[in-house]
Design a protein. Structure first.
Length: 254
């Protein structure tokens, strides 16, 4: 698990009243993905500039982005006509595969590359591990320079901070739901009435488990999970004397 990059520090001051202040102290990242964000990679730009452009729909034009990338000196340009939320961006993966150590990936702006700040950090960190630089023309970010590396260092800390806030909010919501007595997780596959109906049908030899499952709209495994005595055969089911309560489903072997 990645170590925390932000440490929460609470400060209490008395200025005619009580003032609570929460400060997030940014700590240097330690995990493999972002631990080298401040390192000069590539130390010397020896390769080519490779461009990547993207528009969200096929009706939009790539001309302006392609012109900017050509002006920046890109020897080859890859382009997608897909939404940034679409993970299947074939031309982006081709561009990443085309890059070699010492090359630099150039994009017109940050939002052309990453679907989110986490996605952006993941892509750039992967490039840095391979000795590939990254440049965004609109934001004037260049990870081959100290300033550009500093910006991505801050981005990485911010991304981790946002992730921790989401986890904290989710846990607080779950705790509040448990306190209200709310049922968490998926609803049961069968109601108590369905289990009783299944038992009644199973008592008749002419009814098969498959036909009963189809009638109730569940799978065969669900029938076996909610009527565990059935695993011992129809005779064991008939001899069962326990009340037809809604049992907890047993773990499926599938």
């Amino acid at each position: 698990m990645p170590k925390k990059r932000c440490q929460k520090v609470d400060v209490l001051k008395n200025l005619g009243g009580t003032l609570f202040c929460t400060i997030w102290r940014v700590q240097p990242p330690q995990d493999d993905d972002t631990a080298d964000l401040l390192a000069p990679v590539p130390a010397v730009r020896t390769g080519d500039l490779v461009g990547y452009a993207r528009v969200s729909t096929k009706g939009q034009l790539l001309d302006r982005q392609v012109h900017a990338l050509n002006t920046a000196g890109c020897i080859r340009i890859f382009s997608d006509k897909k939404s940034g939320r679409n993970a299947e961006r074939e031309e982006l993966w081709k561009a990443l595969d085309y890059l070699r150590e010492g090359d630099t990936l150039v994009v017109p702006s940050l939002d052309r590359l990453g679907r989110s700040i986490q996605d952006l950090i993941a892509i750039v960190s992967g490039l840095r591990k391979r000795g590939v630089g990254f440049t965004s023309l609109h934001e004037a970010i260049d990870t081959t320079t100290p300033g550009g590396r500093l910006v991505f260092h801050v981005f990485a800390a911010l991304a981790e901070f946002i992730r921790e806030l989401i986890v904290q909010g989710t846990n607080e919501g779950l705790d509040a739901a448990r306190a209200r007595g709310a049922r968490l997780g998926r609803p049961p596959a069968m109601t108590e009435e369905q289990v009783c109906h299944a038992r009644d049908l199973l008592a008749r030899p002419e009814n098969t488990v498959t036909s009963i499952a189809k009638l109730l709209g569940v799978s065969r495994n669900t029938i076996y999970n909610y009527v565990p005595e059935l695993k011992g055969g129809r005779l064991a089911l008939a001899e069962a004397t326990n009340a037809p309560e809604l049992p907890q489903p047993t773990r499926s072997e599938e």
